[in-house]
Design a protein around this ligand. Structure first.
Ligand code: AN0
Ligand code: CP
Length: 315
């Protein structure tokens, strides 16, 4: 594997999930694989899980880790090619990425959507600039439109907890007071579409994902109907793609409750976290036996490990 930007960088979905689960048991055998190698974790935005799990995965391979909160501690970066830089930005991404690439063997970047200009966000200019200029493999730690390390962790978790060969997996929109990116649901849809699951998206009208992510996916605006027979409920808020970046509903009827979970086939509850309790989903659900949010978060180490292993083996 060279870069890990999206599901397109994985040629064998079943294979990577099996390898990840296997690696969990055998990680001690690989404690020297990354010896003498450095990974730079570059954050334009906040993080708890991504920051700690990717760091832990890298340390498990004996790598050195450099973390930079470039959003708060770095120079403001210019993204536009050929810009006359007499404004706020002190440094061009072209130079920043080349310098980081000179210090690191792998660079991992988090850069959220700004939710102001849809074309700009969907062009993925930050991650694409890093891939173009850094000269080393780049890992996506949640870009403007995708969060593949999360989706891989989610798929691993589903594989570990499923009771039937082809489970029904429901991605349900849920309310939230802030406008959030579409990266997590976009990515989840992409990975589920390619996995051996029956996948359904439930959301209010106006929350359909971009056409490229909805293509071939079952969609309903009726949450109760979607929950019937479900084996996994995956809740997430996102802002509208059509009315770009806007909150078009805060309907509390979409909050995932124990009553809603009772409609399912004893489904497991999943959320990528961080989660707003009693807004997105009730305490009762998050703290129930069927909630697998903590094993899911733990699998962020599992997904980071398998991606790092494949990149390290290819360096
Ligand atoms: C982010 C999002 O929705 O993309 C990160 C999720 C992993 N969530 C928040 O900003 C609350
Ligand atoms: N799920 C996830 O990516 O969490 P963080 O935003 O805390 O990294």
């Amino acid at each position: 594997m060279k870069h890990f930007f999206s599901i397109s960088d994985v040629t064998d979905l079943k294979g990577i999930v099996a390898e990840a689960i296997d690696l969990k048991k055998n990680i001690a055998q690989f404690s020297e694989l990354g010896k003498g190698k450095t990974i730079g974790l570059i954050f334009f935005n906040s993080s708890l899980r991504t920051r700690l799990s990717t760091q832990k995965a890298a340390l498990n391979f004996g790598m050195s880790v450099i973390v930079m909160n470039v959003g708060s501690d770095g120079w403001k970066l210019e993204m536009q090619d050929g810009a006359i830089m007499n404004g706020d930005a002190a440094e061009h991404i072209k130079d920043a990425a080349r310098v980081m690439g000179a210090y690191c063997d792998i660079i991992a970047v988090r850069s959220f959507a700004e939710l102001k200009n849809r074309d700009k966000d969907y062009a993925e200019e930050v991650l694409k600039s890093f891939m173009k200029y850094a000269g080393v493999p780049v890992i996506n730690l949640e870009s403007s439109t995708l969060h593949p390390l999360q989706s891989l962790a989610d798929l691993i978790t589903i594989e570990e907890y499923k009771k039937v060969k082809r489970p029904k997996v429901v991605l349900t929109w849920a309310p939230h007071p802030k406008a959030l990116p579409q990266a997590v649901p976009n990515s989840f849809a992409q990975w589920m579409k390619n996995a051996d699951v029956d996948f359904v998206i439930a959301c209010p009208k106006g929350y359909e994902l971009a056409p490229e992510f909805m293509e071939g996916v079952a969609l309903t605006h009726n949450q109760d109907e979607a929950f019937e027979g479900a084996d996994f409920i995956y809740a997430k808020n996102w802002s509208s793609y059509q009315m770009y970046g806007q909150i078009v509903s805060t309907d509390p009827a979409w909050t995932v409750s124990a009553e809603k979970m009772a409609l399912t086939n004893n489904a497991k509850f999943m959320h990528c976290l961080p989660v707003r309790r009693n807004v997105v989903v009730t305490d009762e659900v998050l703290d129930a036996d069927y909630s697998i949010i903590i094993p899911e978060a733990k699998n962020r180490v599992t997904s980071a490990q398998v991606v790092l292993k494949r990149i390290l083996e290819n360096l």
